[in-house]
Write a protein that binds this ligand. Structure first.
Ligand SMILES: Cc1cc2nc3c(=O)[nH]c(=O)nc-3n(C[C@H](O)[C@H](O)[C@H](O)COP(=O)(O)OP(=O)(O)OC[C@H]3O[C@@H](n4cnc5c(N)ncnc54)[C@H](O)[C@@H]3O)c2cc1C
Ligand code: FES
Length: 347
């Protein structure tokens, strides 16, 4: 794992609760990334280390700076810290870019139609992908379908309009707003939550559904409704990609999980950690102020992996096990102890 220390060169207000932080590319050791990947920011706040991933909103080779866009989560430790305190010239420690929510350029053809589905802060990786695909002329058409509360809460409204002006017939955007607009002038502005059937029926009638590749980033409800609509129209699951900003766990999966004591060996030092029912082994370790490694907390990046040398754990909420997990290893952000006396080792 490579680490970088980046200098903040701009903190830009996007909406009332969202800012974009621009970092300068280091002079020598450049940060290389792909559109759709994320940067993991590390902070020390009140003596405790906090690590959070933020998708790039900038696009590689197009934007000069490295940019991430952060929406304030009420009560959230890091999003509030960034929005309220981060300023130009601050230095921030980051991990190397990660994530597989990226364009598979080899699979794109001149007739590919990329469809991006997002809501709220889920726009960030989609914006990166849209800019990259359009500037690099990687697809016949890019459609963005974006859900928000109202016009004021639309992140990047001006940038979306600029893409429409610049790329004309190659780019279209649909907006869905849950609050009614007073005077909607735009035929692509619809009221309510994103209605995938509506968008797809128009695409189908315009014969734009053939050769589509879909990227979804937003709440799990959006992901499910888009996937269901696409499946209903016969779009291959191989052409549908999604990114999760948070993990949703089924309460039924927690049957038999109770508070247990776990032994965690980190950098050769062993600590006994009480894993309260409902908390993952990682969360319990962080609460005990252990500097355990992690990034996504959604079971995607492998940074939190540990060896279970004694006892049993259950992984909950991991959609697809990432490649690179050896036998006996477990993702501690998503692991819950099943037996007493579990022994975990972290390299
Ligand atoms: C791969 C990835 C990319 C991400 N990219 C972005 C991005 O581009 N922009 C952005 O603003 N955020 C992004 N996030 C979310 C971000 O990493 C943090 O989770 C978010 O900023 C909240 O952190 P916090 O410390 O403020 O809140 P915390 O103090 O960690 O959280 C408070 C509570 O809110 C819950 N929670 C966490 N995230 C969410 C959420 N999104 N919606 C509702 N509840 C939540 C947590 O479970 C927790 O219980 C991304 C997350 C992942 C995994
Ligand atoms: S922190 Fe990314 S897989 Fe656990």
């Amino acid at each position: 794992m490579r680490f970088f220390t980046l200098k903040v060169v701009e903190v830009r207000t996007e909406t009332a609760d969202t800012v974009t932080v621009a970092f300068k590319q280091p002079g020598l050791k450049k940060v290389k990334y792909q559109a759709g990947q994320y940067l993991t920011l590390m902070f020390r706040i009140n003596g405790r280390r906090y690590i959070r991933p933020y998708s790039f909103s900038s696009a590689p080779l197009i934007d000069v700076n490295l940019e991430v866009t952060i929406k304030r989560l009420p009560g959230g430790v890091v999003s509030n810290h960034i929005i309220d305190t981060l300023k130009v010239d601050d230095m921030v420690e980051v991990m190397e870019p990660m994530g597989d929510f990226t364009l598979n350029e080899a699979a794109l053809t001149p007739s590919t139609h990329i469809v991006l589905w997002g809501a709220g802060s889920g726009i960030t990786p989609l914006m990166s992908i849209a800019k990259y695909a359009l500037h690099k002329n990687l697809a016949a058409h890019v459609t963005l379908v974006y859900g928000n509360r109202n016009a004021e809460s639309v992140i990047f409204l001006d940038k979306i309009k600029a893409l429409q002006t610049q790329f004309g017939s190659h780019f279209s955007a649909w907006h869905f707003h849950t609050q009614p607009a007073i005077a909607p002038e735009n035929p692509n502005l619809l009221q309510g939550r994103i209605n995938p059937e509506k968008v797809l029926s128009v695409m189908k009638s315009e014969d734009k559904l053939a050769n589509t590749i879909h990227y979804i980033c937003g709440p799990s409800g959006l992901k499910e409704s888009v996937r269901a609509a696409l499946t209903g129209l016969g779009v291959s699951v191989n052409n549908v990609y999604s990114e999760d900003f948070e993990v949703v766990r089924d309460p039924a999966e927690f049957e038999g999980i109770i508070t247990r004591s776990v032994s965690v060996t980190l950098n050769g030092v062993t600590n006994r950690v009480e894993v309260v029912k409902g908390k993952s082994i990682l969360e319990a370790g962080l609460d005990a102020l252990l500097d355990m490694p992690y990034s996504c907390q959604t079971g995607n990046c492998l940074v939190c992996k540990g060896r279970v040398v004694k006892g049993g754990v259950k992984m909950i909420g991991v959609q697809k096990l990432p490649e690179g997990l050896a036998k006996g290893e477990s993702l501690l952000c998503s692991s819950f102890p099943l037996t007493d006396g579990c022994v975990i080792e972290i390299d």
